[in-house]
Design a protein around this ligand. Structure first.
Ligand code: ZN
Ligand code: FE
Length: 281
């Protein structure tokens, strides 16, 4: 496990510094999704070359340990996005069982049980031969972070961005959350959005309540209904489809503002209105 700070980003220098193969020859992570509790997803991210395996946001311990055992993956790290119990509840038991290191937001260390390594905006986290960039994405909580594994096209965004939704603003303002979502929106359209909850079907109903005649949204909602009818997950989604259909990523889209009766309003105002309507939907 290597943690590099933003100042050490240059890949050639990293290769020289650590005497490793160049990091731009990084491998893709294998990612395994574990549904737990009523609607949480916990992820195992595995580097096949080195065997290192991270658990992302372990809500609970037992099913995670069991799945890792079944796959033959040795848990070496926990990556936490934020402090909520349904994201850190399994931290201490998994650490005790595996001796893994716990990585979490430097902005919130007092609320991350068992944290060993604090990371912040721009830090790089290596998992075997794979590497994540850390984004500070406050809004749902004041210390929320996301992990972006560019070479695996994998974004672990906790409760910041959901398929067709976003997290509730428990500790942040609409302006903060809109900033955070814009950071994530800049990632490639091919990014897979590994969010922490299966909320997609109700998010789709809400989105349609605002823009019932949005063709791409209607098609996506129909596909989501079909998948849920087959009891399949709708997560991960692709960032490209979120950019086109997720109202929370489109607060600066004039069509959405108009649908809300807020033509020419500031995107923060539009975002706040969408969030407020969802809170009482
Ligand atoms: Zn949460
Ligand atoms: Fe959550």
């Amino acid at each position: 496990m290597l943690i590099q700070t933003a100042q050490r980003r240059n890949r050639k220098r990293l290769g020289a510094r650590f005497g490793l193969c160049y990091l731009d020859a990084m491998s893709r992570l294998q990612i395994h999704q574990i549904p737990v509790l009523s609607d949480n997803y916990v992820y195992l991210a595995h580097c096949a070359e080195t065997g290192e395996t991270a658990v992302v946001d372990p809500a609970v311990a037992a099913p995670v340990l069991q799945e890792a055992e079944r796959l033959g993956w040795r848990i070496t790290h926990i990556l936490n996005t934020h402090h909520h119990g349904d994201h850190v509840g399994g931290n201490l038991e998994i650490k005790q069982a595996t001796g893994c290191r716990i990585i979490g937001p430097s902005y919130d260390t007092a609320r991350i049980p068992g944290i060993d390594l604090e990371v912040r905006e721009g830090d790089r986290v290596a998992l075997g031969k794979a590497e994540a960039e850390v984004f500070f994405v406050p809004g749902h909580t004041r210390g929320h972070i996301a992990y972006w594994f560019a070479d695996s096209d994998a974004l672990f965004c906790g409760d910041t961005l959901f398929a067709l939704g976003c997290g509730r603003l428990f500790e942040g303002t609409p302006a903060q959350m809109w900033d955070s979502l814009q950071k994530l929106r800049r990632l490639p359209a091919s990014a897979r959005v590994y969010c922490a909850h299966e909320y997609t079907q109700s998010n789709a109903r809400f989105a349609l309540s605002i823009e019932g005649d949005h063709e791409k949204l209607r098609a996506r909602a129909a596909d989501i209904d079909a998948r849920r009818a087959r009891k399949e997950p709708t997560v991960p989604s692709l960032l490209g489809e979120e950019v086109e259909t997720n109202p929370f990523l489109r607060a600066d889209d004039p069509a959405l503002a108009q649908a809300l009766g807020l033509s020419n309003a500031d995107p923060v105002e539009v975002f706040a209105e969408v969030r407020a309507r969802k809170d009482s939907f």
